[in-house]
Design a protein around this ligand. Sequence first.
Ligand code: HEM
Length: 399
Amino acid sequence: MNEYPAAREAPDLVPARYADWREEGPATRVKLPDGRPAWLVTRYDDVRNVLRNATLSSDTSAPACPRFGSAVEVPPLNTTLIALDGPAHTRLRRMLGPEFSIASVARLTPVVDRIVEESLDRLTAGRHTADAPADLVEGFALPVASRLICHILGLTYEAHATFERSTHVLSAGTSTAQQKLDAGATIVGLVTELVAQRLREPTDADLTGRLTGRYVATGELTEQEAVHNLTLLLGAGHHTSANMTSLSALSFMLHPSLARRFRDEPEVRPNLVEELLRHHTIVQLGLSRVAGTDIALGDTVIREGEGIVLSLQGANGDPRHFTGPGTLDPDRAEARYHLAFGFGPHTCIGQNVARVTIRSALSGLVQRLPGMRLAVPLEQLSFNDALDFHGLRRLPVHW
Ligand code: HEM
């Protein structure tokens, strides 16, 4: 049987197997790392259609739910909104959704721009030499994303090393179960303290304050539910944007004409950000679901109760939907229809925050470091291959 996930031939290329799977049929039987079977769906239209099926379950504790050792399979994240279905999911989404509306994110934009400027000030003030180049991951992409999620939640930035390390352990396929439980407990500890503090001293100044004031204090949400879902936001809200920022910066160095257009043509920026999201599709293992009813895809029927992996990389590289999908095309008309943020009821709640962050970070880089170039050969870059999220471990640069 086909083994899933497939290995990348090169770190910056989507595994070539996806093209075969897309051609073989709408759904392919695959064997997961734990030896269990699942259906893999790789075509754009099928992935979208299945994700909008209202009977689909995201319950990662269900025996048939496909497992890769992802963060959302272990406590406490396996009890948060990302792993809940139906009304239980809608209830939490209703409480958190307004925090991520277009209007809320527009209010956040000047904060993002300030964080980017200050992070670039720190980066450029550092002492970098030919032998000791700057690392754009630790020195820029990660601090921007972490400072922003701290601002959103009301957490002090001093906690960043702790939650960055814990999130890394939680989302690494190579961590042991015990390491993941310990990392989960550490990050929950940080958020528990924050929630308790907001309950003692109510404030509307940050998301944690608003959530506790409006829902925990009124008994609509338990303190534990608040802690666990805020932990999800803390984890999902920094690694993701940071990975996209550093991968996009790498794309700019490999294709300098893209960086020039991003710098000189501000009107191209929104579409190019969408195209970068499509191209990199950092949720590299895809989304795990269990069929709540029989689902017919062409001649194939996925039976109720069977596990399904919806491949976002397969969908975003589908030539039926994206012409010449391997090319990073800033003018691609259909770029914004990518599925990098998922689709359907669980579509990424933080996607507008992510867009603003990536756009602001890349704008800052191309304007302030127009001569930025790779400090090591491409083959020497190290990627987070065993993680839920595709990304770079380090990105050594000169400017
Ligand atoms: C480039 C950045 C990002 C990417 C590619 C991304 C991708 C995704 C994807 C694919 C999902 C769907 C999961 C599913 O259907 O099972 C998702 C859900 C989610 N994301 Fe993101 N994300 C990003 C940034 C963020 C940020 C910045 C935050 C928070 C500030 C965030 C918070 C969440 C949460 C809470 C969910 C669960 C939503 C639900 O289940 O209703 N994400 N994300």
